[in-house]
Design a protein around this ligand. Structure first.
Ligand SMILES: [Zn+2]
Length: 272
């Protein structure tokens, strides 16, 4: 672990709320307590939702709670070459297929149960198309296809630092959207390997995505990080704070988080 890094990877689609900042602090404290480096990655894959002003305010809030990092943050929007190369390698293994389904079609198709796949998973409608059907779609579709992973419902298991043994079947996730944007699961695992991330500490709302990322890592022979999915912060009504409904942190919240981190850091120093 000493040579590997920890990381925090926010999407600049809005301000970080107190829950995001707390997760960042936990990841930072964990990395620092292991003597590891800590890196930031800006997950701005979606050009429609990413704003430079949100990135700036997120970095300022991270500094305000005492998080620091060891290299200039990288931006996913500047790393498309890496994702294209990974996609080409999956394609060369026969693991990529085009999908023309609309949102409504996917919703409809994913209602039916599909063997080992979790509820709501894409059942692979377009995987079954014949060459002639594919050619017909290509001719008549009014937009380019998305590209999906032929996951073959593979079972992926891993040991989470918080949740213990986790296992699930992977569905045919999107690798690249029809508009050309690379998908989260592809970019994240390529970046974690490229940045030599040894341990990923993040909110447990992402626990379900980890088998998908690990399947891609295993197919590509990428280095696999260890994972710790920590509980999310709850609001006064006991609901999980989500970025879209969380308010920007107040100055008082920033001060409280910083004080909490300093208290924990002091404990580590006393204990060492
Ligand atoms: Zn499809």
């Amino acid at each position: 672990m000493l040579n590997a890094s920890g990381r925090f990877a926010p999407s600049p689609s809005g301000p970080l709320h107190a829950g995001n900042l707390r997760t960042a602090l936990v990841a930072w404290l964990r990395a620092r307590s292991l003597g590891a480096r800590f890196l930031l990655r800006i997950e701005d894959l979606d050009p429609q939702r990413s704003r430079p002003e949100h990135e700036a305010s997120q970095l300022a809030d991270l500094r305000a709670v005492g998080v620091d990092w060891d290299e200039e943050p990288v931006r996913q929007s500047e790393r498309h070459g890496l994702y294209a190369e990974a996609l080409a390698r999956l394609d060369a293994q026969g693991r990529v297929y085009p999908c023309w389904c609309t949102r409504a079609e996917i919703r409809e198709a994913s209602r039916a149960p599909h063997g080992p796949l979790p509820e709501g998973a894409y059942p692979g409608t377009c995987r079954e198309l014949t060459a002639a059907e594919r050619a017909e779609k290509e001719r008549t579709a009014d937009r380019p296809p998305a590209l999906r992973l032929d996951a073959r419902a593979e079972q992926v298991s891993f040991t989470d630092l918080v949740h213990g043994e986790v296992e699930s079947a992977v569905d045919d996730i999107t690798l690249r959207r029809w508009d050309g944007a690379y998908a989260y699961n592809l970019a994240v695992i390529v970046d974690d390997a490229d940045q030599a991330i040894g341990e990923v500490v993040r909110g447990d709302d992402l626990l379900d995505t980890t088998p998908r990322q690990l399947l891609i890592a295993r197919l590509l022979g990428l280095r696999e990080p260890r994972y710790g999915h920590v509980p999310l912060m709850l609001d006064a009504d006991g609901r999980r704070l989500a970025k879209r409904d969380g308010p920007a942190p107040s100055g008082r919240e920033l001060d409280e988080l910083r004080a909490e981190a300093e208290a924990i850091t002091a404990l580590f120093i006393q204990g060492s």
